[in-house]
Design a protein around this ligand. Structure first.
Ligand SMILES: [Cu+2]
Length: 168
């Protein structure tokens, strides 16, 4: 029985390109910001900014279990330019995913990441990847320069963490 199933759904990032908003730098609107963050858990910031598509390089970060039986992102630290993307690729030792801790992010970065991360399982948490070769791409377009930590939810306790530094 043959099964042509290898071309799994990997193109979610393409959908990000739909809402072309140009330069929506909403950073200097501090005048009218009541900071009354709605506690809505399931509202992915509909009014808070559109996804911005990757305009630069797509970097690859592997997710694997290494020879020391450690769960790692490889590389664990990466520098990208604003507008680049990171394609996280499941290699071994899954399930893995990519999640950001909202409490560690500046508000504007959180808002843009919420918009830029497709298929979130929950806030700022990408879907689980179980099969070798699965991937998940995050756009860092519109993300303010800085260093942001991410982690793998299933392996957080085992130290599976990474850092992305976004430069202009
Ligand atoms: Cu993991």
């Amino acid at each position: 029985m043959r099964f042509l199933g290898y071309a799994v759904v990997t193109g979610a990032a393409v959908l990000l390109a739909a809402c072309g908003g140009g330069d929506t730098s909403a950073e200097s609107t501090d005048a009218a910001a009541p900071a009354a963050e709605a506690p809505a858990m399931d509202a992915p910031a509909a009014d808070a900014g559109a996804a911005q598509a990757i305009t630069g390089t797509i970097h690859e970060v592997k997710m694997l279990i290494n020879a020391d039986q450690a769960y790692v992102y490889e590389p664990a630290e990466i520098t990208v330019k604003q507008g680049d993307g990171i394609k996280y690729v499941m290699v071994s030792g899954g399930p893995h995913n990519v999640a950001f801790d909202a409490t560690l992010l500046p508000a504007d970065v959180k808002t843009q990441l919420l918009a830029n991360m497709p298929n979130q399982a929950s806030e700022l948490m990408g879907p689980m990847m179980l099969s070798e070769g699965e991937d998940y791409t995050v756009s860092f377009a519109g993300i303010a320069p800085g260093t942001y930590e991410f982690f793998c939810t299933p392996h957080l306790a085992m130290g599976m963490r990474g850092k992305v530094t976004v430069t202009e």
